[in-house]
Ligand binder design. Structure first.
Ligand SMILES: [Zn+2]
Length: 252
């Protein structure tokens, strides 16, 4: 049990501030509406063609050999909040750079929806609390702008010594993690061939595996976000299973 998560749990029971800027909170699938027994016995995405990122040698491509768990553990004498903050900053920065490189291929016409699986499109909650479909580049722009503003906000990510992290930090980080996961999921689903074209798959896989291992260690990663529902699976849910089988991610 991580200390960070126990804080997150206690915080999640606290009343939420309804005036928070509009941020996406739901997907078109409903992860709680299906009975537990209806889940498929094997986590195979029902695509006619296997996604390239699940195929050898791409699925094994990595900059790092070994288990990612070892690099996500809290170093001695480091404050857990600081550790989580700096890692989330790095994930955001690296993901933003990857997306920047492929963004010219992610357009309103190539990606009219925020797709992350054969039948899965994430929706955005707008200011009227309505769930709306957005083109992927618009959705991702909203996520990245929101994330950048969070990181720049000294009251959320304090930078001065002696300044405490806000009590809402764990729940904010969970929200940020979920949105970054969606950006990863879209890139894998819709733009992996461009990652391959750039020969960046070892780097991108390593970044994502690190992100997953970190999310697992600090309980930021929700399985329903990673896998979706049986009727609308998230493509990278199968990648997670592959990597688990390969032993590069420890834990469940
Ligand atoms: Zn796209």
């Amino acid at each position: 049990m991580s200390f960070f998560n126990s804080i997150g749990r206690s915080m999640s029971r606290a009343p939420r501030n309804p005036k928070r800027s509009p941020t996406p909170t739901s997907a078109t699938f409903s992860p709680v509406d299906y009975p537990p027994n209806s889940a498929p016995s094997s986590p195979v995405v029902s695509t006619p063609q296997k996604a390239l990122y699940l195929c050898s040698p791409f699925v094994e491509a990595s900059l790092v050999k070994g288990k990612f768990k070892t690099i996500v553990l809290l170093p001695k004498y480091v404050d857990i909040m600081e550790w989580v903050a700096v890692n989330m900053f790095d994930f955001y920065t690296n993901l933003n750079e990857f997306y920047g490189v492929i963004s010219e291929c992610c357009t309103q016409s190539s990606c009219p929806t925020m797709s992350a699986g054969p039948v899965l499109n994430y929706t955005w909650i707008n200011q009227d609390r309505k769930s709306v479909q957005l083109p992927a580049p618009t959705y991702i722009d909203y996520v990245m702008t929101w994330a950048q503003n969070l990181i720049d906000d000294d009251s959320v990510f304090p930078t001065k010594s002696g300044q405490d992290f806000p009590q809402s930090f764990p729940s904010t980080i969970k929200h940020l993690y979920r949105q970054l996961l969606r950006v990863f999921a879209h890139i894998y689903h819709s733009h992996y061939h461009q990652i391959l074209h750039l020969r960046s798959e070892p780097h991108f896989n390593s970044l994502f595996a690190h992100f997953l291992a970190f999310g697992r260690e600090y309980e930021l990663l929700e399985m329903k976000d990673l896998k979706g529902s049986p009727s609308a699976p998230v493509g990278v849910g199968a990648l997670w299973e592959k990597w688990r089988e390969m032993g590069i991610l420890e834990g469940q």
